[in-house]
Design a protein around this ligand. Sequence first.
Ligand code: ARG
Ligand code: ZN
Length: 472
Amino acid sequence: MALAAALLGALLLSAAPAPGVPAASSFPIGDRIYPMLGQAGLDVRHYDLDLTVARPGTLELRGEVTLTLAATRPLAAVALDYLGPAVQEVRWNGAAQAFTLDRAAGKLRVVPPAPLRPSETARLSVRYAGLAVQTPDLSLLTGWQAVPGAGGVGGANYSLSEPVGTRGFMPVNDHPSDPATFTVRITVPAGYTAAASGLETGVVSGPAGHTFTFEQAVPIPAYALAIHINRFVRVDSAPVPVGVGGAAVVRRDYFPAGLPPRVAESVRAPYRRTGEMLEVLAGWFGPFPFAAHGSAIVESPVPALETATLNTMPVRSSSERVLVHETAHQWFGDRVVLADWSDVWLSEGFATYAELLWAQAQGQDGGEVAAGWYARLQGRPTRPLAATSAEELFDQTAYLRGALALHALRTEVGDVAFRGWLRSYVAVFSGQPASTAGLLALTRRELGVRAEATLRLWAESLTLPPLSAPPS
Ligand code: ARG
Ligand code: ZN
């Protein structure tokens, strides 16, 4: 470390910064909720992640990740978000590279031999080993999860990283506005199964156990990367032709092998309807954005999470309502990504609205679902949809008022126009950071100023707007 610091110092001096502007300056993205996250101007294209978990159910891991980096402005330094295990080695385009680990800031900093220019890409590799570090977010510990096995036998691990947990087990540009593709290789002892976002491309056996490889070829935010290790039963189902251009979406679900038989049977029921959900949702949102979809079931009392192509679903949340919610997030959150955490209603409101769309497809009255949401919000404090603190990110306003905003718009413009608007939003903002302002502008273009005003009222009013559209 002393050597690394000395090298870093030498590089800083030799770069001869302009007065007041350190050559190694790197600025966070400027998120309104998490101002320290990410690096402005850094564009991670791909993460190639090798994880070895020798003792499932513990926080121990070994990792080596190679990031393919691009830049939208010259970068004299790269500052990744990282709070994880001790770093053993950093390489820049294959050559050993000095680094500093700033634990207080949660950053791994590297000053490359020459600034990264917008026309170039570079490969930054980081090797690390030790205990994953969890992040206290709101009421839970996010990041790498360890579920010890009953009686010390077996055990499971998975990632539950929304909003900022990924940095506890891998170096990352940890902001949803910089989605990337992933190759994930997970080595686990014999008897265990590993699963991750994307398509499984191979399983090989070696002295350390089995290595499972996955390709996530469509960019996703890092918090949405699924990683699961357990003694699993994998259930493959018929592919569903709702992908882009009618492509078949691969269907697989992972159930813990250790569930008691009666629990196992009741847990499986909602997952049998995943294919139907994909069909209903694709009918509203347009083609499913990824090559596969399914769920991995976890035996902890955590919230469900929309991990890409593989929802992370607790046993106790294994209902059709939660499953359709997480499945809708594949479009809203995983494919249409957030420009800023303050606009998380663009993920939660749309995913919640999918619950109503699914209920309607089952013959229920959508108006009653919306009225039920409205009743839950009435008489409680409300707020404009833009969150102003981490505590507000996953509150009733983001979920229910967000969903009601969409219902109000639909009530005003009708189903045909609403469907077209949903599809345009997905098409325009796939892989692009979405914001309330961007959605309002699209609404004006697609549906006109009156529809935009309705959505704006729901987004910005200090009080809860009336449920039915006011007469024109
Ligand atoms: N996005 C998850 C959902 O589908 C909720 C995650 C809550 N996260 C948290 N750190 N509390 O609703
Ligand atoms: Zn959600």
